[in-house]
Design a protein around this ligand. Structure first.
Ligand SMILES: C[S@@+](CC[C@H](N)C(=O)[O-])C[C@H]1O[C@@H](n2cnc3c(N)ncnc32)[C@H](O)[C@@H]1O
Ligand SMILES: [Zn+2]
Length: 293
């Protein structure tokens, strides 16, 4: 299979070596002991350790492994499964999870696809996150997936090299997604629905406002067409302070709320809340288009 990876220094293809990747200009990137490869150049970092910090990653891992978001993952898997079936890609079918965190969704997608259809041609799975700690955790889930430390703002993939990009509760760069996707490739974008985490938000804020619609649809205009939009909504009953605090640590609220509010959440032993998630599928449009901002 030809390389789909792109050297972050010179933008030439990157090829697999015995201990990592190298381009024709001899820029080389060694695999870490844990199995991932760091393709984030030091001068492109906006902080010493960009992305989610270990505390958040550990909380996310603990919370997600309790199964509370399995329904979200199952909905993503169903939709991606249908997209994959319609692709008819040959031996070079590639999926990227952009902002993969600690690997929960991509790992479950891989298991779902692999168990669902043994006759399917192999699919290459790639996970990218700017947080080294997140990617380290992801490698523990699955060594067969190619995990990279890199930014969604400078994806280490060649132009038109990927079939599907997943972007789940993570920052978005629509121009980069358009660059790396093949013609008619799909972007699966997952974001909080209007009532997401109501119950928790009722405790944190005096007034619980609906989440605004994401700006992706306007940003995608000219580059992508919206194919489908679905909404998943269900109730959760969380038990135990650790689980409730883990959920809080997965959200931006953890950093935004003051100490007394955090203490109020920490004192809870039960919490009823809503999971409300929107899943949009966009198709990359033919031809080059200019972006409307
Ligand atoms: C809310 S978490 C979601 C993680 C995962 N998709 C999930 O739902 O479990 C957002 C993730 O985006 C990552 N992130 C933030 N900025 C990024 C960037 N510029 N490039 C890639 N990942 C980024 C963070 O490190 C974090 O893992
Ligand atoms: Zn290079």
């Amino acid at each position: 299979m030809s390389s789909i990876l792109q050297c972050p220094v010179c933008r030439k293809p990157l090829f697999l070596t015995t201990n990592g990747y190298q381009c024709a200009a001899l820029h080389s990137f060694d695999a870490a002991r844990q199995g991932y490869v760091n393709l984030l150049l030091a001068h492109k970092k906006h902080s010493k350790e960009p992305g989610d910090v270990p505390e958040m990653i550990r909380s996310r891992r603990r919370f997600l492994d309790l199964g509370y978001y399995n329904q979200v993952s199952e909905a993503i898997n169903e939709i991606t499964g249908v997209l994959l079936s319609g692709l008819g890609c040959g031996s070079d079918c590639s999926v990227l999870d952009a902002g993969c965190g600690e690997g929960f969704y991509l790992h479950r997608l891989k298991n779902f696809v692999d168990f669902g259809d043994k006759t399917r041609r192999p699919i290459e799975y790639h996970g990218v996150d700017v947080s080294k700690f997140a990617v380290r955790q992801a490698t523990q889930r699955d060594r067969a997936t190619a995990w990279f430390v890199a930014s969604i703002n400078d994806l280490p993939f060649l132009e038109a090299s990927l079939d599907i990009v997943l972007n789940i509760f993570s920052p978005t760069n629509i121009l980069e997604f358009s660059r790396v996707l093949k013609q008619n490739g799909s972007l699966l974008f997952v974001s909080p629905g209007p009532r997401h985490l109501n119950g928790l938000r009722d405790i944190i804020y005096p007034v619980t406002r609906e989440h605004a619609a994401p700006s992706i649809t306007e940003k995608a205009e000219g580059l992508f067409s919206l194919l489908t939009m679905s909404r998943l909504n269900y109730q959760l009953e969380l038990e135990g302070s650790q689980t409730i605090m883990d959920l809080l640590a997965m959200t931006p609220y953890f950093w935004n709320i003051n100490r007394p509010t955090k203490a109020k959440v920490a004192a809870l032993d039960r919490l009823a809340l809503e999971v409300d998630v929107e899943i949009r599928v966009f198709t990359k449009r033919e031809g080059r288009a200019t972006l409307t901002s």
